[in-house]
Design a protein around this ligand. Structure first.
Ligand code: F0G
Length: 460
């Protein structure tokens, strides 16, 4: 059992959260058509829907907000951000944008077009959306270890190198617009990628002249895992590991709402390709705004400069990843099946094991989220068959390899007793899992339906 690491910060401002009764939650989730995204946050006690943009900023970041320079061009806040970002990533060109998906929108149309494919250790859903928007196809190529939630492997987020080689041979390198390495691998359970795997993928990309794009949303956590788990990396400063990671990429997209510890913001970076830099600049101005603000206010840029530095601090990372490990260990102790070992930003409950009587087309992972909301006012989300849309050709429900319910830990936001409460409520749900029979969709959009779909409980 992991010992809870005392937080390297103290609380200066608090935000009230409301505990509701079971009956109030029954009413609230019904009104929300059993969709976690339709719940009002005021009806949620512990919000683990995402770690994105839900982090607590520091006093220094709030000070930077007050000091924000709102000049249209060449603001001081932009300069501060560039100084920190260039020092971390060491890329020739780094461009602020309003969030991660905006970075994807700036970059992917320059790399992909109809008939091409993008290969990744796992495209996050907005990444996959932006690939599809270019007319290209997505292929996920994660290490088979990711599907085994029970046994320990240090880097379950890795690219399956043998499969990557096969895919390149199958499609032909000229058809592959990019290889995307997502660090950490969110969709596979927040699992890290080893430096060796990143280097091997980089070598293959260079050999075939395919650009390697790093989806860097949780890069700092990934670097921390490399230091903790990869032989030969244990004595190196996190910053040196980060430099080595990014040396493998040709470009990166970054949602600063995670490891950048801000509520909004992102970056897109290019290591040295002059044409790519020119292409992005030409897209930024009409879509995001002038180059020195890129869809953000001066105060946002200042807050991101601070957040980038704080998010890379080893003492902070140890405490944050320690929270995830603590919650994971509490769950295992209480018999709740989770993706093991725990990854960075969340615990992922294996809903195939927790709700074995519910078939994928009645969404076991979504059902577990509803059950936990009813039990304790805790909000998580489905990373399983529910977030896969219907097969566009056949209209059939697609089946996910893993049915995971994700419960994220926002950075610097919740305390040990909150995490104990979550583990206990999960254990209570396990005891009455038979009471739940799953859900069916009443109304859905064609793409990314999980944000807006209306559902109802399934009665056999
Ligand atoms: N890449 C990864 C790996 C992500 O997890 C996300 C967002 C994005 C890109 C897009 O970034 O939201 O700033 O546009 N993930 C959030 C989540 C939404 O809940 O995991 P964004």
């Amino acid at each position: 059992m992991a010992k809870y690491i005392p937080e390297p910060y103290r609380i200066k401002m608090v935000e009230a959260i409301r505990q509701t009764s079971y009956e109030e939650r029954e009413e609230a989730i019904k009104t929300a058509d059993y969709n976690m995204f339709s719940l009002a946050s005021s009806d949620v006690y512990i919000d683990m829907l995402t770690d994105s943009g839900t982090n607590a900023m520091s006093d220094r970041q709030w000070a930077a907000v007050m000091m924000g320079d709102e000049s249209y061009a060449g603001s001081r806040s932009y300069e501060q951000l560039m100084e920190v970002a260039h020092d971390i990533f060491n890329y020739q060109y780094i461009q602020p944008v309003h969030q991660g998906r905006a970075a994807e929108n700036m970059l992917f149309p320059l790399l992909l077009k109809e008939g091409m494919i993008s290969i990744s250790n796992f495209h996050f859903d907005t990444t996959s959306g932006h690939v599809l928007l270019t007319g290209a196809k997505v292929v996920n190529c994660v290490s088979p270890e990711a599907a085994d939630t029970e046994n320990y492997a240090p880097f379950k987020g890795n690219m399956d190198i043998a499969r990557l080689r096969e895919l390149i041979a199958e499609y032909g390198a000229e058809k592959i617009g990019c290889i995307v390495m997502t660090i950490t691998n969110n969709s596979a359970g927040g699992q890290p990628v080893s430096l060796a795997n990143l280097q091997e993928t980089g070598a293959i990309a260079r050999e075939h002249k395919i650009p390697l794009v790093i989806d860097a949303a949780r890069y700092a956590e990934n670097a921390f895992f490399i230091k903790e788990r990869e032989t030969g990396q244990e004595d190196r400063p996190i910053k040196d590991i980060v430099r080595d990671m990014f040396a493998e990429g040709d470009a990166f997209t970054f949602s600063a709402k995670k490891d950048g510890i801000v509520n909004m913001g992102g970056l897109v970076g290019v290591r040295e390709d002059a044409d790519l830099i020119k292409g992005i600049k030409a897209r930024v101005v009409p879509y995001e705004g002038f180059l020195t603000y890129g869809g953000l206010t001066g105060r946002d840029l200042g807050a991101m400069a601070g957040g980038l530095a704080e998010g890379l601090d080893e003492i902070f990372l140890r405490s944050y990843i320690g929270q995830t490990q603590y919650l994971g260990d509490r769950c295992l102790e209480l018999g709740v099946p989770i993706q093991y070992p725990t990854g960075g930003h969340a615990i992922f409950v294996d809903a195939k094991k927790a709700m074995p009587h519910i078939p994928y087309y009645h969404f076991p992972a979504h059902t577990l989220c509803v059950a936990l909301y009813l039990e304790g006012g805790i909000r998580g989300c489905d990373i399983g068959s529910f977030i896969l849309d219907l097969d566009p050709q056949t209209g059939e429900q697609l089946e996910a390899a893993l049915e995971l319910s994700r419960f994220c830990i926002p950075r610097r936001t919740y305390t040990q007793s909150h995490l104990d409460y979550v583990a206990e409520k999960l254990a209570d749900v396990m005891k009455r899992s038979e009471e739940f029979q799953g859900f069916e969709v009443v109304e859905q959009a064609k793409v990314l339906r999980h944000f807006t779909a209306r559902l109802k409980p399934y009665t056999p």
